[in-house]
Each structure stands twice: as structure tokens, then as C-alpha cells.
Design a protein around this ligand. Structure first.
Ligand code: ZN
Length: 287
């Protein structure tokens, strides 16, 4: 149902085998655990809880949601004793789209019937926020782009970064903003991280981090250049769809091929956004 790995002495990563290799992480401290994201299905969250509380005797004191999307937040309701922390936009989005999305998901997926949206008890408004528990410090940093409320979480003592969906096998900005994504990726450069936990897929090791960030920036640049070209020639979105993911420097294999769908959705969102920009300011977009 999920894989568990250890990325530092006191840090575990749980990767779902049920949905898109979404990840959650636990930081074990002398005063309890900090859980970062909670996976989708109650049985997965229960298995994380059993491991931390029964095996390690380390109850979850804080849950941090990296953003409001279902695959990162549905398990939060399985930790009713924990204080939940997220960005202030996450609170708003959970209360609106999150609630609506859950009702819809529950009608088609019986396993989700017991899920309840948990609104964060504490929110980060601007800049950064630090969570201190036992011998560990986790710094929360706003990192919009994948979604408006995305944050990344740095475990300071271990230099382990939980990047949420700011890092995943292919950058995905359909519910967020292209320019903000570029800015957020640039902010992760030269962080000196030991390990980086992506929101989906494999953990990135120290020696691969800078290359991964650059590859994501190259991907974003490549699709933008191509979308501009297609628009300049007055061609339709279907021509942009010919731009395959490999020619943008990414493999089509990760997440069991789901990345291809993400790539296509990126192309569509970018085409529409650029087209709207041109309609809003036709002269300034020339050249
Ligand atoms: Zn996700």
C-alpha cells in the first residue's frame, strides 16, 4: 500500500502505492512527531499513524499541509489530536474548493467516506514560519506556482527539504501560476540540501538536486518558447500538443506515465494564459 524509507536518522518518507506516488514525511523528535502531508486514503494515514505511534512510540503533534490538494491533505483527519499548520491561502482553499472536491470524490470513491476536511489551526501569512518541537526545527516557506498556497518545509538540523509539489517529476502549474513557479524554483537553488523529498516520486539525493531544479527550469522555458512560437504563427493548441515531453528534457515514464497527462495539461494552460495576455495587451506582446 505504501513504501517507507529513512532519509536521515530521524526522518521517514512514506510513498503511496495507491495514488501517483504521492509522499508524506515524518520528523521524529524527543517530544513527538511532525508529519508533513498525509496521503489520500484513510488506510494509508492509519498505517503511518500505527508506525509512528505504536512502533516508534512517537505521537504526531503537528501536521503540516504543503498545499490544499486532496492527495496531500485527506489523511489529516486521521490525526485529530495534532495541530494542523499551513499557508493562509491553504485555509481558504480547503474551506471552499477542498470541501466541494471532497463531496464529489466521496460520491465516486467509497474508501473516502470517512474523510473530513480539516482546516488548519495555525497559518503562515507572509515570509517564513518556524515550528520547534523537541530537538528539531522546521522552517515553512511560501513557494507558490504549483498552487497559490504551496509551501516547502526545511528540517534545519538535517538540511532535508520537503518540497511539496514545487518539485515533482514534471513541474505542474495548472492550478497555480507559471511565473510564480519559476521564481519559487529559483529560490530553491544552492540550498545545500542533504536530501529533497518531492511531493510525488523518488527522493532526490544531494548530488542531484541542482541538476533537477535546472531541468525543471529548462522544461518550463522550453514549453514557453514553443507556445509563443505556435501563437506567433497563429496556430491552434493542437499544434502545441505535438511538443512531446522528451524534447523538453523530461522522461515520459515517471508516475506510471501520468507525467504525460500533466505535460499536456501544462501546454493547454500555458497556451490559454499567453493568448489571454495577448488579447489584453496586443501591442506589448509583439516580438
Ligand atoms: Zn500532489
Amino acid at each position: 500500500m505504501m513504501q517507507r524509507e529513512r532519509v536521515a536518522d530521524d526522518i521517514y518518507v512514506f510513498t503511496s502505492e495507491l495514488y501517483a506516488q504521492v509522499t508524506a514525511g515524518a520528523i521524529i523528535t524527543s517530544d513527538g512527531a511532525i508529519l508533513i502531508d498525509t496521503l489520500v486514503f484513510p488506510e494509508e494515514a492509519r498505517a503511518i499513524r500505527a508506525f509512528l505511534e505504536t512502533r516508534l512510540n512517537c505521537p504526531v503533534r503537528y501536521v503540516i499541509n504543503t498545499h490544499y490538494h486532496a492527495d496531500h491533505t485527506y489523511g489529516t483527519c486521521l490525526f485529530p489530536e495534532a495541530q494542523v499548520i499551513a499557508h493562509t491561502r491553504c485555509y481558504e482553499l480547503l474551506a471552499t474548493r477542498g470541501q466541494a472536491g471532497l463531496a464529489q470524490a466521496q460520491s465516486s470513491t467509497p474508501e473516502l467516506r470517512e474523510v473530513q476536511v480539516v482546516l488548519p489551526h495555525m497559518v503562515l501569512e507572509n515570509g517564513t514560519m518556524s515550528v520547534h518541537l523537541g530537538n528539531k526545527t522546521v522552517e515553512l516557506i511560501h513557494s507558490p506556482g504549483h498552487s497559490p498556497d504551496s509551501i516547502v518545509c526545511l528540517v534545519k538540523e538535517d538540511r532535508v527539504l520537503f518540497a511539496g509539489d514545487t518539485l515533482m517529476p514534471v513541474p505542474y502549474f495548472v492550478d497555480g501560476d507559471y511565473e510564480e513557479f519559476v521564481t519559487s524554483l529559483c529560490a530553491l537553488r544552492n540550498g545545500g540540501y542533504e536530501n529533497v523529498v518531492q511531493g510525488h516520486g523518488e527522493v532526490i539525493l544531494r548530488g542531484e538536486v541542482e541538476e533537477k531544479i535546472q531541468s525543471d527550469l529548462n522544461y518550463l522555458e522550453r514549453i514557453r518558447v514553443h507556445a509563443e512560437k505556435v501563437l506567433n504563427r497563429g496556430r491552434s493548441l493542437s499544434e502545441l500538443y505535438n511538443l512531446d515531453i522528451e524534447s523538453c528534457g523530461k522522461s515520459r515514464i515517471p508516475l506510471n506515465g501520468l507525467v504525460q497527462e500533466l505535460h499536456r495539461a501544462n501546454l493547454s494552460a500555458l497556451y490559454q494564459a499567453l493568448q489571454e495576455d495577448r488579447q489584453a495587451a496586443p501591442l506589448s506582446s509583439v516580438g
